[in-house]
Each structure stands twice: as C-alpha cells, then as structure tokens.
Design a protein around this ligand. Structure first.
Ligand code: DAH
Length: 337
C-alpha cells in the first residue's frame, strides 16, 4: 500500500511538473486532488487494511502525498503565472523607438517657390520688395488708380467687400484688394522717388473656382518712378526679367492694350524657345492722374508699372492642367515640384 501511495504521488508530481500552462495546472489540481484522483481512491481503501498500525502509516502517507502534490501545484501555478504575466507584458509592450518610416523632408509650395524666385530675380535687377494690406480702401484699390466711382473697369474686378463700420468708414468702401496695384499708391505716398519696387501678394475676386480661376490668387506688381523713364525702359526691363527668370532662350513682346492706371498700356507676352507665345500680364507708363493722386508732379516724374499672376505663371511653367490643384494641397501633386 505504501508503495502504491508513493507511486501515485510521484506520478502526480511528474504531471504537475510537466504542466505547461496555467489552465492545465488548474485542471490538474482538480484531477489529482479530487475524489476521483488516484490518491483519493487509495485513501478510500484504507479501511480494508488489516491492522491499526498499517492504517495509521498508510493514512499518514496518503495525507503527506496529497500535501506535497498540493504544494507542488501551488509552486507550479506561481511559476506559470509569472511566465504568463511576462508573456502578456512582452506582447503589449510599446516600443518607443518604433517609427512608421523616417519623416521625409518637405519643401516650399509651388506658389511660394515661384514667389521667392520672382523676388530674387527682381532684386537682382535692382528692385526692392514692397508690401501692402490685403484689406484695402476703395480709394487705394480703385480711385487713386484712375478708376473713379462708376468707372466701367471696376466691373471687371468682381470685387469682394468687407463689412466694417469702424473709423468712420463708409459702407461699401472697404474691399479685399482685387490686385496688387494699390501697393503702387501706398509706395508713392510713402517714399520719395526714385522708386524701384516689386510687390508680390495675395489678391481676391468673387470668382467661382474652375480650371483657370480661383477666388484667391497671387500677383506680383512692379513700379518704377524716376526722371525720364520711357516705354523703352519698360520693354527692356520685361525682356531682362524674361531671360533671367525663364532662361536665355526666351524673349518678350508688348501688345497695345488698355488699363485705366497706365497710358499707354500694353500686355506683355513671353516667347518660348520653340517660338510659341504665352500671355503673361499687363503693363504701361504710369498715368499722370495716378502720379497726381500720389502728389507727384507728372512733369517732373515718369514711370512704368506692370503686374501679372504668380499662380498662372507657375501653372504655365510646369504645365499644370488645373489651377485648383495649386490650392487643394494633395501631397501627390505637391511632391512633384
Ligand atoms: N492690376 C492689373 C490686373 O489685376 C494688372 C496690371 C496691369 C498691373 C497693368 C499693372 C499694369 O501694374 O501696369 O488686372
């Protein structure tokens, strides 16, 4: 009997040691220590032993065996519990050095690139960069540019008005500037000639976005005021700019046109090396009324001005099919430039 008990105990201990998971060791506890376990069954046979001494010895052996199996189960449960916790911690561990790919280096937006290159080229030609506000008075945006109230050219601008009542401003007299030309006025009022400035900036018109229009876009304005400035200076400046900006194989021409703030006025086109022409912008000799509005004597001072769209130029330069792509900021589009 004692041998059977020891054999059952050793078999039970071996199974506990062999258990590989918390679930299996828990299940073993029920099997080995329960009523149907080998040791319990041996215990049930104690009554059949011949002598009290034998019963006592065997009973003690069974109890010791059950205790040692229970102790081993506790040890194994602990071990497997620690291992399970370790495995869970490992699997849920956050790797702080992990990354989803290195960040890629970005670059300036296409419009910004064009804007900055334009500034560079004009600064190289001797111009300074000037600025003006995006919210303008009717006077700076129209009136001083020889577009008095009721002038038909105002209609072409699809102006957006700003509703503000401060500082005694009359309603309908504050606008989002429709072009960068008011910077001409501000510069002439601000500083004495000679003036050689370019003014890049954002402008606004009440246009529905389509492939060639945006309600917000960018222009660059140029203004020269000095003594004895002629149309030849204008044509030469446009030509020098065209070669410096687009390349030595490009050239330019002026075509007669009309703008209220210049007289004579022209549109300027640029010619690609393949001989084809692109319309770029407007220009002309600063109108005497504009000089007078800025307290400059037209008999003493003369000058020229020009203006063109930065986005439009970038669109032409890079053969972009839809100007809206310049503003949607789809990374697949932007990363090409
Ligand atoms: N301001 C004009 C426009 O937005 C462009 C322009 C034309 C500017 C002739 C000029 C100029 O300075 O001389 O349509």
């Amino acid at each position: 009997m004692i041998d059977d008990i020891r054999a059952a105990r050793d078999a039970a201990l071996a199974r506990v040691e062999a258990a590989e998971s918390l679930e299996s060791v828990t299940a073993l506890g029920t099997t080995l220590l329960g009523k149907k376990g080998a040791l319990a069954q041996l215990k049930a046979q104690l009554g059949g032993l011949a002598t009290v001494g034998e019963k006592k010895a065997a009973g003690q052996a069974v109890n010791e065996a059950l205790q040692s199996v229970a102790a081993e189960l506790a040890v194994r449960t602990d071990e497997l519990g620690v291992a399970a916790t370790d495995a869970q911690v490992q699997s849920e561990r956050i790797d702080l050095t992990e990354h989803a790919g290195w960040p890629t280096r970005g670059h300036a937006h296409l419009v910004t690139q064009a804007w900055e290159r334009l500034e560079d080229v004009f600064v190289g030609l001797g111009f300074r960069v000037a600025e003006g506000p995006e919210v303008e008075t009717d006077w700076h945006n129209f009136e001083a540019l020889n577009m008095g109230e009721g002038h038909p050219a105002r209609g072409e601008f699809d102006t957006m008005f700003v509703d503000h009542a401060g500082d005694g401003a009359e309603p309908g007299r504050t606008v989002l500037r429709t072009h960068t030309s008011p910077v001409q006025i501000r510069t002439m009022l601000d500083q004495e000639p000679p003036i050689y400035i370019v003014a890049p900036g954002r402008v606004f018109r009440r246009d529905t976005p389509d492939a060639t229009h945006m309600p917000v876009f960018h222009q660059i304005e140029g203004l020269v005021i000095d003594r004895d400035i002629t149309m030849a200076d204008l044509a030469g400046t446009i030509e020098a700019f065209t070669k410096a900006f687009f390349g030595p194989g490009w050239s330019s021409r002026l075509r007669p046109s009309y703008f209220p703030f210049t007289e004579p006025s022209a549109e300027f086109d640029i010619q690609r090396p393949d001989g084809s022409w692109l319309e770029l912008g407007g220009c002309g000799m600063v109108h005497p009324n504009v000089l007078t509005a800025c307290d400059l004597d037209p008999d003493e001072w003369s000058g020229f001005a020009f203006g063109f769209g930065i986005d439009r130029m970038a669109v032409m330069r890079h053969a972009v099919g839809d100007i809206r792509d310049m503003f949607t900021n789809d990374i697949r589009f932007l990363s090409q430039f």
